[in-house]
Design a protein around this ligand. Structure first.
Ligand SMILES: [Zn+2]
Length: 353
C-alpha cells in the first residue's frame, strides 16, 4: 500500500504540471483530492487494515495529502501570476505616445502692440499710469484747456451719461486718455506741493467717441498717452524721445518728421510722421503716395494744463504725446479695416501669434 501511495503522489504531481488555468485546476482537485479520488479511497480502506499497519500507512497517506494540497496552492499562485503577466503584456500602456496638444490662447494683436509700446517707454523710464474710463466734462475737457463751446470739442463727439451742458459738468465716457494727465499731475504734486516731483508716465486705455463706424474709425479704441514734466524739459527732449521710440518700434533706419499742428492742451503742438516702411519714402498706396505715415500727435504741455495739475508753469515744463495702438497695428500689419479688431473673428485673430 505504501508503494500505491507513492504512485498516487507521483501521478497526481505529474498531472498538476499539465494544468494551465483555474478551470483545469478545479478538475485536478476533484480528481486527486476529491471524495472519490484514489487517495481518499486509501483513507477509506485504512479501517480494513491490520492494526499494526495502520499507523505507518495512515501517516504516509496524510503526508501525500498535505503534499498534494501544498502543490495545488503553489500551482494556483503561479497561475495567477501568469494571468497577471499576460494581461500586462496584452494591455500594455504605451507611455511614449505624445499627448494631445492643449489649445493655447494668445494675446490680441492690439494688446501685443500695447505691450511693445510699454516696454520701449519702460526702458526710457516711463511708468504705466491708469485712470478711469468714465470722466466728468471738467477733467475730459475744461482742465485740458477745452473751455465750453471751444471748437476743438467738435472733434470729440462724446457719449454723455448725464447732463447736456458743459456748465453742469456732465459725466461722459472719456474721449481721450488725456484726463489722466490731470489726475497724475495732481497725485504727484500733492505729495510735495512746493517742489512737485518730476512726472514720466504713459497712460494707456480705452477711449470712446460718438462717431460713425467705418473702416477707419470705431466708437471705441485704445490710446497710449505719454507725459513728461520737470525742470528744463524742452522740445528737443520731445523729439529725441519720440524719434527713438519710432526707431525701436518700426526699424533702426526709419526717419521721422514733425509738422506743426494744434491741440488745446499743448503749445506748440505737432504731428509726428515716420517714413513709410513699405516704400521707404518713394510713395505707395499705404502712405497715399506721400512717403510718410502719421503715427502720433504731440507737443509741449500748455501752461494752463500744468497749472491745473499743480505744477507752476514758470518753473516747470513738459511734453505730451498720444497715439492709437490700433492705428499702429493697422500700419504695421497692413490691415485694411479697423473693425476687424473688435469683431472677435478667429480667422483674423489667429493670424497674430
Ligand atoms: Zn509708402
Amino acid at each position: 500500500m505504501l508503494q500505491q501511495l507513492d504512485l498516487i503522489e507521483k501521478e497526481a504531481l505529474a498531472a498538476l504540471q499539465a494544468v494551465n488555468d483555474e478551470v483545469d485546476l478545479g478538475g485536478w482537485r476533484v480528481a486527486h483530492l476529491g471524495r472519490s479520488s484514489p487517495l481518499m479511497k486509501m483513507f477509506d480502506q485504512l479501517g480494513t487494515l491490520p492494526k499494526e499497519e495502520r499507523p505507518s500507512i495512515g501517516r504516509r497517506a496524510n503526508e501525500v495529502k498535505r503534499a498534494l494540497e501544498s502543490a495545488q496552492t503553489s500551482r494556483a499562485g503561479a497561475l495567477r501570476q501568469n494571468a497577471l503577466l499576460r494581461s500586462l503584456q496584452m494591455e500594455r500602456l504605451d507611455v511614449t505616445l505624445p499627448g494631445r496638444p492643449i489649445a493655447h490662447g494668445r494675446l490680441h494683436p492690439v494688446t501685443q502692440n500695447l505691450r511693445e509700446i510699454y516696454s520701449i517707454f519702460a526702458d526710457m523710464g516711463f511708468q504705466v499710469y491708469r485712470s478711469r474710463d468714465v470722466e466728468t466734462d471738467e477733467f475730459n475737457f475744461q482742465l485740458l484747456n477745452f473751455p465750453p463751446h471751444h471748437p476743438a470739442r467738435e472733434m470729440q463727439d462724446s457719449f454723455y451719461i448725464s447732463g447736456d451742458h458743459p456748465k453742469d459738468n456732465p459725466v461722459l465716457l472719456r474721449t481721450h486718455t488725456s484726463p489722466g494727465q490731470i489726475h497724475a499731475m495732481r497725485e504727484y504734486s500733492a505729495t510735495n506741493p512746493e517742489n512737485p516731483p518730476p512726472v514720466r508716465i504713459i497712460l494707456p486705455g480705452m477711449c470712446y467717441r460718438y462717431e460713425q463706424v467705418t473702416a477707419r474709425s470705431e466708437i471705441q479704441f485704445n490710446q497710449v498717452e505719454g507725459l513728461a514734466v520737470g525742470e528744463r524739459i524742452t522740445m528737443g527732449d520731445l523729439k529725441g524721445t519720440l524719434s527713438d521710440f519710432a526707431r525701436r518700434m518700426f526699424g533702426q533706419h526709419v526717419r521721422s518728421r514733425f509738422r506743426a499742428s494744434h491741440f488745446p492742451f499743448t503749445e506748440p503742438s505737432a504731428e509726428m510722421d515716420i517714413e513709410c516702411f513699405v516704400c521707404g519714402g518713394v510713395g505707395c498706396p499705404l502712405c497715399k503716395r506721400t512717403g510718410w505715415l502719421e503715427i502720433l500727435g504731440c507737443g509741449m504741455v500748455h501752461p494752463i494744463v500744468l497749472h491745473n495739475g499743480g505744477y507752476n508753469p514758470e518753473r516747470y515744463t513738459g511734453f505730451a504725446f498720444g497715439m492709437g495702438p490700433e492705428r499702429i497695428a493697422l500700419l504695421r500689419y497692413r490691415i485694411e479695416d479697423i473693425r476687424y479688431f473688435w469683431t472677435n473673428d478667429m480667422r483674423f485673430l489667429e493670424q497674430f501669434i
